[in-house]
Design a protein around this ligand. Sequence first.
Ligand code: SF4
Length: 300
Amino acid sequence: MDYKQKIAGLKKDLNAVLLVHNYQRPEIQDVADYLGDSLGLSIEASKTDKETIVFCGVNFMAETAAILNPDKLVLHPEPDAKCPMAEMIDAAGLRKYKSEHPDAKVVAYVNTTADVKAEADVCCTSANAVKVCQNIEDKEIIFVPDTNLGLYVMRFVKDKKIHLWPGYCHTHRDISKGEIEELLGLHPKAEVLAHPECVPEIIDMADFVGSTEGIVRYVRNSSKHEFIVATEKEMCYRLKKENPNKEFYPPASALCPNMKKITVEKVLQAMERKIYPVKIDERIRERAYEPIKRMLEFTK
Ligand code: SF4
């Protein structure tokens, strides 16, 4: 029996849904019930009627699913698959920052731990960060933890003072202008698509900026045939699968080793042994739920 059949059988036994982020390994993308970005995965997690959620992504994503589903079993096949950006801020640090800007509302990127979300007013993803910040009525915002996403938001939200936390995603930060220029030299007809976690000089070069799901939609609807994709390289697997007649060129440096810690073997083991259940202190969960719920209301 191959791994796809095994996973299908285990899904039935557990009454489980497999949620998979766009940066996961191809063989895991291939068994997803839902493949998407943080926003899409949060929405799916909030809607599912399955008893078990197997979450293939980094830890804050599995935590978000658990925050939204306190009565369900949420399994994260590799607890060590952590997002370094989410580790760049903690609740105590955010509380201190809030005390320095007492009139500001806190917008927390979903790339944060449950403790940090519990200190926030509203969450956002890269797909809706601009919309969330535009909808805040207050004139001052603390945006955590990604400076580059915050700088991108500031291009559209000019009527508010935005305080940025100095966090970053190394995978996106390390995509350099030189690398994109080199790819453009090799593929001069290609359009440049960028994730807003990239540094401003990459954003300036882009024909389109969006979340991974935004990039999927853009490519689907585009009449162009070649794309330089400035985000984690596995994104190109899905793009190629869905658009076999188009060509995709990722920067060589764009790899998130944390996303790659989840393997097929670990997914099978997680489903067979019901490991590793995501546990969140109920008081924290209740507080972290509110900003996620507000974000999901924005996207209705
Ligand atoms: S790609 Fe960046 S933001 Fe996403 S999980 Fe990896 S380190 Fe975190």
